[in-house]
Design a protein. Structure first.
Length: 301
């Protein structure tokens, strides 16, 4: 029996242009897919309009193009997939895995795990409500290809979580889980800040009888104050006029140590070297890497 084809993905949210931290994620997932003769898909996670920035999707796709990160197949947009999410939500409800929740954030302040106030609540017609998943006392364990064995004891480490929001929007955890199944994603390479989300997505996969992909969580890039480099912390957009130095720095951040001679290489030469020499086992299993420490890691002689 032949092994299933590797299908990976990069799934940015259009809340702003790509920055160096998102480039590291894009490069990691791209190289792992291409080194394994796989497909690399792009999914735009545009299901949260209040947080989205006009024109951000075009900026993201342009940056990927400038940086030589060519994707396979058409770009998928979550905003066009609500029927899939509705079907998954209906399945969770039919199986008794979800419940209506009218709790406010103020009510849950200081509660690390949802205390179950609404598990048996009867919903009144005018009640503002979200839909949450019951996690009971399930334990999720998976072997992350970078971080090693990960486990979460629901009810202790984490608790019930939202799959449909009070504002009428599908929640991230549900949409991502449905999309990964529908697109046949076999490998997910992304930042370590999403490790706790993986526990929730693995649980949803069990509830919905989905396949569980392989996961690999690389270190995120941090600012000097220890916060994650992100759009929320005002990370600078990727420069579009000099992509090669940024690509090399991304390889360094991922522990790949490109040769000094590649400093004069083109984008295509850098990516080709990356594909030919990619080793997931060399990616650091740190949870984060300070941006100002990358210069010290440097290239190999």
């Amino acid at each position: 029996m032949t092994a299933p084809q590797y299908i990976g993905r990069f799934a940015p949210s259009p809340t702003g242009p790509l920055h160096f931290g998102s480039l590291v994620s894009a490069v990691a997932s791209y190289l792992d897919a291409k080194a394994n003769q796989g497909q690399w898909l792009i999914r735009i996670e545009d299901i949260d309009p209040p947080r989205e920035q006009p024109g951000a999707t075009d900026l993201i796709l342009k940056a990927l193009d400038v940086y030589g990160l060519s994707w396979d197949g058409p770009v998928v947009y979550q905003s066009q997939r609500s029927e899939l999410y509705k079907a998954a939500l209906a399945s969770l409800q039919a199986e008794g895995f979800s419940f209506f929740c009218t709790c406010s954030r103020r009510q849950l302040t200081g509660q690390p795990v949802y205390p179950g106030h609404c598990h048996d609540k009867t919903l009144e017609p005018d009640d503002d409500h979200s839909i949450k998943v019951k996690t009971a006392s399930y334990k999720v364990i998976f072997d992350d290809l970078i971080q090693g064995i990960q486990q979460c004891q629901f009810g202790v480490d984490d608790g019930d979580f939202v799959v449909f929001r009070k504002d009428g929007l599908f929640a991230y955890q549900l949409a991502v889980t449905v999309d990964d199944q529908d697109q046949g994603i076999t490998h997910i390479v992304r930042g370590s800040d999403l490790l706790t989300s993986t526990h929730k997505q693995c649980l949803l996969q069990q509830y919905l009888n989905y396949q569980t992909p392989y996961y690999a969580h690389h270190p995120v890039i941090k600012k000097t104050d220890g916060s994650k480099l992100s759009k929320q912390t005002f990370a600078k957009p990727l420069p579009l006029d000099m992509p090669a130095p940024q690509l090399l720095q991304a390889l360094v951040a991922l522990g790949q140590k490109p040769p000094l001679a590649l400093a004069d290489g083109s984008v295509s030469e850098i990516l080709e070297w990356g594909i030919q020499h990619w080793q997931l086992k060399k990616v650091p299993n740190e949870m984060g890497i300070p941006e100002d420490s990358l210069q010290k890691r440097q290239y190999k002689d």
